[in-house]
Ligand binder design. Sequence first.
Ligand SMILES: *Cc1c(COP(=O)(O)O)cnc(C)c1O
Length: 364
Amino acid sequence: MIPMVDLKTQYHTLKAEIDSAVLDAIESTQFILGPNVTAFEQESASYLGVSHAVSCASGTDALHLAILAAGIGPGDEVITSPFTFIATAEAICYAGATPVFVDIDPQTFNIDPALIEKAITPRTRAIIPVHLFGQPADMLAISGICDRHGLLLIEDCAQSFGAKANNMMTGSLGMLGCFSFFPSKNLGCYGDGGMISCATQELADKIKVLRNHGSKVRYHHHLIGYNSRLDDIQAAILRVKLKRIDLFNAARRRVAHLYSDLLSDLVTVPFEDGKGTHVYHQYTLLTDRRDAVMARLSERQIASAVYYPIPLHKQEVFAEACGATCLPVAEEVASRCMSLPIFPEMSDEQVRLVAATVKEALVG
Ligand SMILES: *Cc1c(COP(=O)(O)O)cnc(C)c1O
């Protein structure tokens, strides 16, 4: 049995340190906005090379709070990718704004900068590129477009903790960067969690107020905020894992490169543009025979998954908003993509077994 992600093996290798960090956090009884939260935010900001990082309750909340802090609201349009997890677009809608989907690049699966300018209208306020599967979006091109058109740049880094674009960490290239610590993400906690990296103190202060009931001074509320905080226990776990994130990501890259060596003659393997570091949140390939490959893997007790089978402009929830919108690259990729198991602790033997099973399905 090979799962998509093996959280148990990782826990067992870190057990002593994690257990003691969790027990210390419990013993301190500072469960909400406690010392681990402050320390984790500082350690993350320094790792990412940003001036401030503010944690919150989930990656979805990170996007929502970032969009609110950017002052985006009803009547505004926000350009993003149709080939992402629904949360990217949900957060735009929570703020009362409208997501505008721009087709993706067929090699990186990230928003195609060459198509963005055609989608800009007088209502466009921001672009939210998603660093999908851990592959940085083309930030040089996208930030150029933002500068030319006076648009805000908010990064969805939920899948890209530790990925670099042009030698800078994702999350440090835009005005705001949104991270998720969902357990299976590259940096995951043991529940829900999220964080926003901020380019300015002012944005960080705004988000701190928004995540804590619109309050800076206890029981003084100057706006309607939210209850969206990272638990101190989760922050304690994240601090243990943050120290190892580069090792985890290097191990993911090793797995991915072995897969690509073994599979490049049989399927379209993930593309690396050389401008950044892909951290392989997912190892996603293209094949015309996805069903056959997935069926054979399943027979051999090997997990596989389709991220994502339906692009957002084709989702029922956006049927009215998107109508007959056709984004051919996203639709084609969604119909042919599939992801193989990948996690830092995966052995070469496991990778070879998965690759051999894919081969068996395709060439018999
Ligand atoms: C996981 C994910 C989110 C949402 O994060 P949660 O912590 O699950 O709320 C947002 N965007 C992308 C691209 C994601 O993969």
